[in-house]
Unconditional design. Structure first.
Length: 326
């Protein structure tokens, strides 16, 4: 449709994208063969059949084991490069990409292989695709704060390759406060801060208050249930805080896209953005998320253009580079 063509053509930043969530079944087989790994499935269709999630827990139970095929710097490069090629087709001109080093170092893959491969793809994207690509180191919240701090220390050697830090995985029983010291240290090292505040989890609105008031993040991933607390919405708006929403992902890990919440915040002038989260698993890259949200919520071209403007304003580009896009 015309609106879909408009959505694809809009220059946009993608701010909520897990590189490990871009592993398409075809590449999974290629990497498995390269590394001599025998997969439980024998065809792309069989792999896709396992992408049948009802909630975050059932998603993560498929997501982490799939990473076994990622072993060398070349593997990480190939994964990120495949994503960046897709991103180019989706109108992405700037990407801030999450990676989960602990999902690899915990199975004895060196940190240097992970970040070395990803960084090589990011540099290549600038040179060959004209996409500026940055890395955000995400801590896994179901591991200990000590492991997170050790990972941060290991990352300092690569500081110039990392724009910020985030927090993902299972939020239940792993509130932001568990990582307060890690994020305070990351901030003092000059990293931007963001955290997943997932939806539909008990106590989630309290976590949003905590990340805004105490940890003082620069952005929130998901977090659209902030609409439950008008005072927090007012605070987020005053700070110009970005929210990285992922409608198609929401429809997998909850029962719906959360379109009402996203559009409520958009209409109130809060910096909500649209992103793909784990596109290989949820079957939609970023422009397809714009289209899905537009179809669900009846958005028009002006709304989609505002979402794209928000994506640059909520990005961690330097002010001069950001202003070149908006
Ligand atoms: C994730 Cl959908 C989702 N939620 C939490 N952590 C994640 N890591 C990758 N995808
Ligand atoms: Zn995410």
């Amino acid at each position: 449709s015309d609106l879909a063509a408009f959505a694809f053509g809009l220059p946009k930043a993608e701010l909520h994208l897990h590189l490990e969530g871009t592993l398409e079944p075809e590449l999974k087989f290629e990497l498995a063969a390269r590394n001599g790994i025998q997969l439980a499935q024998t065809s792309v269709e069989e792999v896709r059949a396992t992408y049948d999630f009802t909630d975050l827990t059932s998603f993560l139970a498929v997501y982490y084991p799939a990473m076994e095929v990622l072993q060398t710097a070349d593997d990480f490069h190939d994964l990120a490069w495949a994503y960046l090629l897709r991103a180019k087709e989706q109108g992405v001109v700037h990407a801030e990409m999450f990676f989960d080093p602990q999902a690899h170092t915990s199975r004895v893959v060196p940190f240097s292989a992970v970040i070395g491969g990803y960084r090589r793809a990011a540099v290549r994207a600038q040179d060959e695709l004209g996409i500026s690509a940055e890395l955000i180191l995400c801590f896994l919240r179901d591991f200990s704060a000590e492991f997170a701090m050790a990972t941060l220390m290991e990352a300092l050697e690569y500081k110039q390759w990392i724009v910020g830090v985030g927090l993902d995985s299972d939020e239940r029983d792993n509130p932001p406060s568990k990582f307060a010291a890690v994020f305070a240290r990351a901030k003092s090292e000059g990293f931007f801060l963001t955290m997943h505040c997932d939806i539909d989890q008990v106590g989630s609105i309290d976590n949003i208050g905590e990340v805004l008031r105490d940890i003082r993040v620069d952005r929130i991933d998901h977090g659209t249930n902030i609409v439950e607390d008008p005072a927090l919405v007012a605070l987020a708006k005053e700070r110009g805080l970005g929210f990285t929403c992922c409608p198609v992902s929401n429809s997998f890990v909850t029962e719906q896209m959360k379109a009402d919440e996203i559009v409520t915040l958009l209409r109130e002038g809060v910096r909500v953005t649209v992103n793909s989260d784990d596109p290989a698993y949820f079957g939609a890259y970023v422009a397809e998320n714009y289209v899905a949200l537009a179809a669900q919520a009846g958005l028009d071209e002006a709304d989609l253009a505002q979402l794209a403007i928000n994506s640059f304003e909520a990005s961690w580009l330097t002010p001069a580079r950001r202003d070149a896009y908006v």
